[in-house]
Write a protein that binds this ligand. Structure first.
Ligand code: DGY
Length: 311
């Protein structure tokens, strides 16, 4: 029996499965685990099941001499120092596939909401500004025929492409080796689905936003660091682009006083891409399977992607 730490209670039955095999301590709070709580215990544990909101860095890993597996409750692993884990021989797991549909659905929901001005229209209806049927009011983007640039051709990007094609959009599924500026310049909607790495950090910066059409919409359900938010605020305020929908920000949560919230035609959601009961319960099962396999000395069924070679 190994000792495991879990940094948040999870939906579904998965943690019961873990408790049946190992000694499990779960952070009892409703906010992310406190660093101090984690540091006090990490030296004693062999397994860690953590959230994307936990920073699992070299300091934490070096304070954990018994640690054998880090199981991240997310498909993204940008919150984990993969190099430090690899150097210590600690396996890192994640939860792919099971959140693909939920995240692709949410991407389409954001896209439609921004394209058809849903928040503003709903506000107008509630606030007594719905005077009549408006021939020229609330005019938005028609999806049929519109060009969607999907940056990142992995599971979620492909699932977004599949849904967008059903809406009649012209989908450009962009994996490696494409001309970003040229793609941005012809897209009506740009949706981001690449992992956040040093190479993709602020991929959408001022120059990229200026390359987009003034009528274009940016959707980000990947990671907040992919977009330069200061530039995005200017882009929306000054009309370089027409709207944006973000399910992810940098930092998370985005403080309510952040000036980005003042930008027009912007929807910000609290990172709910995978928030369906089915997806979150299946993620918990995968996270527990990774932990159980790693603690048994077996290959993780859902490992983090291999580190890119240095240099
Ligand atoms: C992930 O798993 O990386 C997602 O961002 C969670 O919603």
């Amino acid at each position: 029996m190994a000792r495991c730490l879990v940094t948040r209670a999870l939906p579904g039955e998965a943690l019961d499965r873990l408790r049946g095999r190992h000694e499990v301590e779960v952070w009892p709070g409703e906010l992310p685990v406190e660093r101090e709580w984690l540091m006090r215990r990490i030296g004693e544990v062999e397994g860690l099941l953590c959230m994307l909101s936990d920073r699992i860095d070299a300091e934490l890993i070096s304070a954990a001499p018994r640690l054998r597996v880090i199981s991240n409750y997310a498909v993204g692993t940008d919150n984990v120092d993969l190099g430090a884990a690899a150097a210590r021989g600690v396996g890192v797991g994640r939860t792919p596939d099971v959140l693909t549909d939920a995240t692709a659905d949410l991407t389409m929901a954001l896209l439609l909401a921004v394209a058809r001005h849903l928040p503003e229209a709903q506000r107008a209806a509630r606030e007594g500004r719905w005077r009549t049927w408006e021939p020229s009011g609330w005019l938005g983007l028609e999806l049929r025929g519109a060009v969607l640039a999907v940056i990142g051709a992995g599971r979620i990007g492909s699932a977004v492409g599949e849904r967008a094609r059903a809406f009649g959009m012209q989908v450009r599924l962009l994996g490696r080796g494409f001309d970003l500026r040229a793609e941005l310049a012809q897209a009506d909607v740009v949706s981001l689905h690449v992992p956040q790495t040093p190479e993709t950090y602020r991929l959408v910066d001022e120059a990229a936003l200026k390359a987009m059409k003034p009528s274009a919409i940016l959707i980000n359900t990947g990671r907040g660091g992919l977009v330069d938010q200061v530039a995005l605020r200017r882009a929306l305020q000054e009309g370089w682009i027409a709207g944006a929908g973000l399910d992810v920000t940098d930092p998370e949560p985005l403080p309510v006083e952040d000036p980005l919230f003042q930008a027009p035609n912007l929807i910000v959601l609290p990172h709910i891409g995978s928030a369906t009961r089915a997806a979150r319960e299946a993620m918990a099962q995968r996270a527990v399977e990774n932990l159980i396999a790693g603690l048994a000395g077996q290959a993780l069924p859902y490992p983090a992607p291999p580190l890119a070679p240095a240099g």
